[in-house]
Design a protein around this ligand. Structure first.
Ligand code: SAH
Length: 210
């Protein structure tokens, strides 16, 4: 067991399980993904601490617990096709790859998309595709999705993302400008059911790509 593995175990126990996430599949995914490889070398000592960390370009890798909470809200069982908006480091995509069948992750900053794609490929995450583009339009060419997870906060939920949900599918998103709340939309026969959860703090979801 390397030092990172011990710290990862502690992270899962104290930050995720202790806060009420008990799905063994989710806990196992967090035990398996080496978070220290998804942060810059200068941040590596903090890789398993209870916080977001800078990954360059003004962006951050999310706090582990919030990634776990969003995965729990998505209720993934293993066979799903998932869209993530905001690949960033690729960490959340790596976690999702253990929880669902096919992951499409879109990132608007080209260098981040390239870096994450290479990292995921080198580590053998074969069911993840990273695409460079603007997540506001979703990925109509790969729709429909059983779950859509936003790793950046739009002022309101972009309608193309709701349209790309499959029947029964769920969209999990931080929504708002200064004050953001985690929201879950579920597509039912009668339309969308929405539930609003606690306050969160994500980077802004921006338009266009570079
Ligand atoms: N899930 C990431 C979190 C990265 S932070 C991780 O685990 O590291 C959010 C990311 O969303 C940033 O990289 C940012 O560039 C990206 N982003 C913001 N607006 C976007 C958009 N419209 N389309 C795609 N990605 C976007």
């Amino acid at each position: 067991m390397d030092g990172y593995e011990a710290r990862r175990r502690e992270m899962v126990e104290t930050q995720i399980a202790a806060r009420g996430i008990d799905d063994p599949r989710i806990l196992s995914a967090f035990l398996r993904v080496p978070r220290h490889l998804f942060v810059p070398a200068s941040e590596r000592v903090y890789a398993y601490s209870d916080q977001p960390l800078p990954i360059g370009h003004g962006q951050t890798i999310s706090q582990p617990y919030i990634v776990a909470e969003m995965c729990a809200l998505a209720r993934l069982e293993g066979g799903e096709r998932v869209l993530e908006v905001g690949t960033g480091s690729g960490y959340a995509a790596a976690i999702l790859s253990h929880l669902a069948a096919e992951i499409y992750s879109v990132e608007r900053i080209g260098v981040l998309a390239e870096h994450a794609a290479k990292l995921l490929r080198d580590q053998g995450y074969e069911n993840v595709q990273v695409l460079h583009g603007d997540g506001y339009r979703g990925l109509p060419e790969h729709a429909a999705f059983d779950a859509v997870i936003l790793s950046a906060a739009p002022p309101e939920v972009p309608s193309p993302l709701l349209e790309q949900l499959s029947p029964g599918g769920r969209l999990i998103a931080p929504v708002g400008r200064e004050n953001q709340y985690l929201q879950v939309y579920r597509k039912t026969e009668k339309g969308f059911q929405r539930r609003i959860y606690g306050a969160v703090r994500f980077v802004e979801m921006k338009h266009g790509f570079s």
